[in-house]
Design a protein. Structure first.
Ligand code: HEM
Ligand code: SF4
Length: 554
């Protein structure tokens, strides 16, 4: 795992001291809120519905247990004892007091963390596959690439005032767990004639105008990464629209100019920039790669795992649902669900954070990950340790066996916290999860992605959900639109709108009708919701959602 060096530590100390002085000037009134705003946004501090909100980056989702413990300490000391893990591998604190924020940033700095470029029109936290370095299907660990991009983009003098925010995601596996096609730049590690490089995708994004990214370069050699990324961002910086905030993202630049024009411009700029990169970046990459070496995998019998698997049905169900194949057969990747039915998706209490940190320390080579699906991952667990881990998780309500199932919902904070929200998201997620838990249908329904956003900005990724729910405001009343058939993987697709929206108290029954139709229509239990949807199209699902319309038309 990447360790901060003296340069990184000094940089953060100076930056935090600067911000401390700015906060003092805001508190004593010498800065107005308007003057303070650009300064706080450079340090991840938003002003929300009820309070300030601090967004802290968890680069490529990787944490060690000391960092997780520190996040818990911060939650206890300066917030309300919990944090919210987001879809962009950040943690958000919803209740900090302005005067405490400099202390919070210093506490983060102690463990090599910060909130820089988690807001503003800059290159945001670079995200990646939460199974990186552990997944059986991986071509190469994507995190050194992500770390190199982070170092290049942090405080990059040319890219502090882009037309709009800019998001980069990297995956090292053909199975895309980083939603690369919905990012401004998506990088997918590929191998050609024995050489590793990237497929470069550009212009994806959600929000008001959802778009799936387009391939800009089929193969980019690894050594060309930074000059090529710099070429893309500088073409966008020049061409991106600054006249209209809603048309400012690179997806619109690509759409309006055409991918061919953008490609020509990027290649032209790349040819100019390439000679300026003399190889220092590759030396840095080699140093970074060394820090991401695989842990010393244990050897030993997995018999205790096998015995528990046969004897304990609760453990078995958890293993079947929450465990993913590791590249080492004696090992497993554990996804810890922080989506217990009825809880707030993505929230973890400080006690839960500390338990997860302790488990990582004792059993999992000191590593944790935050997934874009708002769960926590232990990437390297010897199978013999799984029963003990399960028992510990059970004690603190973290052993829910629902990864990938209907209650594993992504939901943005919506009207409960967000100043931009037009509807609630959290209670809708809670009600759906609770209802299907009561019906005891979750495991029968199988793999299903429901994602909920409280407004058109689409922080909950609803466009790329199998079932997407978008909360809107219709004449002062909450209204929920359903989209179907979205997909966030390597076969990414934006969902289709099913029809008119539903009132707050109609949305759960509507989802129930939809699922009942699916259970009825599927060929067998192996046909996932998304596969049934692709086979049958919208019509039968629409009929289930709007039975009155069908009756009226008859
Ligand atoms: C609480 C304060 C938040 C504010 C003010 C906020 C604001 C926004 C805005 C304005 C957009 C639209 C961007 C655009 O179209 O250019 C957006 C998109 C997005 N936000 Fe948030 N958001 C917040 C919280 C969150 C949370 C909690 C998450 C994760 C759960 C999140 C993840 C995202 C993602 C993934 C997008 C989609 C961007 C894209 O690909 O186009 N945001 N947000
Ligand atoms: S989707 Fe809208 S309501 Fe939800 S967090 Fe984003 S900006 Fe706020």
């Amino acid at each position: 795992m990447y360790q901060y060096n003296d340069f990184d530590r000094d940089f953060l100390a100076v930056r935090n001291a600067q911000f401390r002085a700015q906060v003092e000037r805001r508190i004593d009134g010498s800065l107005t809120e308007d003057e303070f705003k650009p300064l706080r946004l450079m340090n991840g501090l938003y002003l929300q519905l009820h309070a300030y909100m601090l967004r802290v980056a968890i680069p490529y989702g990787t944490l060690n247990s000391a960092q997780m413990d520190q996040l818990a300490m911060i939650a206890d000391k300066w917030d309300k004892g919990y944090g919210h893990f987001t879809t962009r591998q950040n943690i958000q604190y919803n209740w900090p007091k302005l005067r405490d924020v400099p202390d919070m940033l210093d506490a983060l700095g102690e463990v090599g963390m910060h909130a820089i470029q988690t807001s503003g029109n800059t290159i945001r936290n670079v995200t990646s596959d939460h199974f990186a370095g552990a997944a059986a299907d991986e071509i190469e660990d994507p995190r050194p690439t992500a770390e190199l991009l982070r170092q290049w983009s942090t405080d990059h003098p040319e890219f502090q005032f882009l037309p709009r925010k800019f998001k980069i995601a990297v995956t090292g596996s053909p199975n895309d767990r980083a939603v690369t096609k919905a990012h401004d730049i998506g990088l997918r590690m590929v191998e050609r004639d024995g050489e590793k490089g990237y497929e470069v995708i550009v212009g994806g994004g959600l929000g008001r105008t959802p778009m799936i990214g387009k391939v800009l370069r089929e193969f980019l050699p690894k050594a060309d990464l930074l000059p090529y990324a710099e070429a893309i961002v500088s073409v966008y910086n020049l061409l991106g629209r600054r006249d209209n905030k809603y048309k400012a993202r690179i997806k619109i630049t690509v759409h309006e100019n055409g991918i061919e024009t953008i490609r020509d411009l990027v290649e032209e700029r790349f040819a100019q920039l390439r000679p300026l990169f003399s190889g220092v970046d590759q030396e840095m990459l080699a140093g970074i790669e060394a820090q991401f070496a695989a842990p010393d995998f244990k050897t030993g019998s997995v018999a205790p795992f096998k015995a528990a698997y046969h004897e304990d049905s609760v453990f078995r169900s958890w293993v079947d649902t929450n465990i993913t194949k590791h590249r080492n057969d004696d090992y497993a990747i554990v996804s810890i669900s922080i989506k217990k039915q009825g809880d707030t998706p993505g929230d973890a209490t400080s006690d839960q954070m500390r338990v997860m940190a302790q488990i990582a320390r004792e059993f999992a080579h000191d590593e944790l990950r935050i997934s874009h699906e708002q769960n926590v991952i232990l990437p390297h667990v010897h199978r013999a340790d799984l029963p003990a881990i399960h028992a510990r998780l059970k004690e603190v309500g973290l052993a829910t066996a629902n990864i990938g199932l209907i209650s594993d919902i992504i939901a943005c904070p919506g009207m409960d916290y967000c100043a931009l929200a037009t509807a609630r998201s959290i209670p809708v997620a809670q009600q759906i999860a609770t209802r299907f838990d009561e019906l005891k249908l979750e495991h029968d329904i199988g793999d299903l992605k429901i994602k909920i956003s409280g407004c058109i900005n689409a922080c909950g990724h609803h466009h790329v959900a199998h079932i997407g729910i978008l909360g809107l405001d219709r004449a002062g009343v909450e209204n929920y639109q359903i989209t179907l058939g979205g997909d966030h993987t390597e076969t990414a697709a934006v969902g289709e709108r099913a029809g008119p929206g539903f009132a707050y108290d109609e949305i759960v029954p509507a989802i129930e009708r939809l699922i009942a139709a699916y259970l009825d229509l599927r060929v067998d239990a192996d046909e996932r919701f998304i596969d049934a949807y692709r086979r049958l199209g919208l019509a039968p699902f629409k009929a289930a959602l709007y039975p009155e319309a069908k009756a009226n038309a008859a």
